[in-house]
Design a protein around this ligand. Structure first.
Ligand code: NAD
Length: 333
């Protein structure tokens, strides 16, 4: 029989602890200790005496962190998220540390948030809300356009992108997509086109591809220039897909009717909660926020009850599979 696995859970928020504690009763053989510190080279040594660590999008799971985890005897890194661009896989492989993730906990959670951002940016809901609260019922500055019969361009049609395609179809939009692989489940209503055509023909562009060398700064001044004037751009994927300075230049040249961002390049763990006003004032995120047609949220796409429950269950199942020596489709290689 395998022994109990002790997991150190980094960057704990109260909602993480609630969902994991609730799920834990169904997964015997796993013990979790929670810390509010996030994982980075300074905190990695806390893992002494544990068998595994659980980390998140915001964690620094780079080479230096992994070296220390290895010295402390860690054999498993449980990423409680889909993306793993913050993990140095080469170093993990070097020390035979297994990395597991939660690939598709609730694609609809993120896709619904992407559409919420597109709609909010289009109809200036953030501005409208503030105006009405200040007793200003005028409509100036609030005009948007119908999504019905417009063209959506979805970049990356994996689990989340496919959910976004279905939502756009539900709005009566024509759906164009660009991906390195076509998703056969979308063939009845999605037209795969080149990136150039997607950029030039779409009224709403939403990014759903992972951050990799090939997608870093995919949206830059050249690709922005290719877009239609009055386009809406949404990024719920990873901040560095968009080159922020170029986005600001594009906004200044009135390229965009609206921009909706759930992720941004300088994202740390919750920019707004944890960082001082001074840092925020000088950040490019703050520059973006100064534009009335930009709507920013704080990496909350995944943040639904259903998604949190699914993240907890899959992460704990990953831990059990590791403990039982079983291979898993959730291994990151
Ligand atoms: P997925 O792996 O199911 O799909 C990614 C798709 O991107 C695949 O179809 C892949 O072929 C495609 N792709 C790869 N390279 C590409 C390229 N160069 N150009 C175009 N497409 C390319 O992933 P998913 O579950 O749909 O998640 C997508 C991304 O969403 C994740 O990588 C993550 O960064 C982000 N995400 C954000 C949140 C949030 O809370 N905002 C939550 C979960 C995931």
């Amino acid at each position: 029989m395998s022994t109990s696995l002790k997991v150190l859970f980094f960057d704990t928020k109260s909602y993480d602890k609630d969902s994991f504690q609730e799920a834990l009763s169904n997964y015997s053989g796993i013990e979790i200790e929670y810390t509010k510190s996030d994982l980075d080279p300074r905190t990695a040594a806390l893992a002494e005496g544990f068998g595994a660590v659980c980390a998140f999008v915001s964690s620094n799971v780079g080479a230096q962190t992994i070296e220390i985890l290895h010295q402390k005897g860690i054999r498993l890194i449980l990423m409680r998220c889909a993306g793993f661009n913050n993990v140095d896989l080469e170093t993990a492989r070097k020390y035979d540390i297994r990395v597991m993730r939660v690939p598709g906990y609730s694609p609809e959670a993120v896709a619904e948030h992407a559409m919420a951002l597109a709609l909010a940016a289009n109809r200036r809901l953030h501005k409208a809300y503030n105006k009405v609260r200040e007793n200003d019922f005028s409509l100036s500055g609030l005009m948007g356009f119908n999504f019905f019969e417009k063209t959506a361009g979805i970049i990356g049609t994996g689990k989340i992108g496919a959910a976004m395609c279905r939502i756009c179809r539900g709005f009566g939009m024509k759906v164009l997509a660009y991906d390195v692989y076509e998703n056969p489940s979308l063939k009845d209503f999605v037209e795969y086109v080149s990136l150039d055509k997607l950029l030039s023909d779409s009224d709403v562009i939403s990014l759903h591809c992972p951050l990799m060398d090939s997608t870093y700064h995919l949206i830059n001044i050249d690709t922005i220039r290719q877009m239609k004037d009055g386009v809406i751009l949404v990024n719920t994927s990873r901040g560095a897909l968009v080159k922020t300075d170029d986005l600001i230049e594009g906004i200044r040249m009135h390229k965009f009717a609206g921009v909706g961002l759930d992720v941004y390049e300088e994202e740390t763990n919750n920019v707004f909660e944890d960082r001082s006003d001074e840092i925020l004032e000088h950040s490019t995120t703050a520059r973006l926020l100064s534009f009335p047609n930009v709507m920013i949220t704080s990496h909350q796409g995944f943040f639904t009850r259903e998604a949190l429950n699914a993240i907890a269950e899959t992460t704990l199942q990953n831990a059990l599979d590791y403990n039982a020596g079983l291979a898993s489709a959730n291994d990151v290689k």
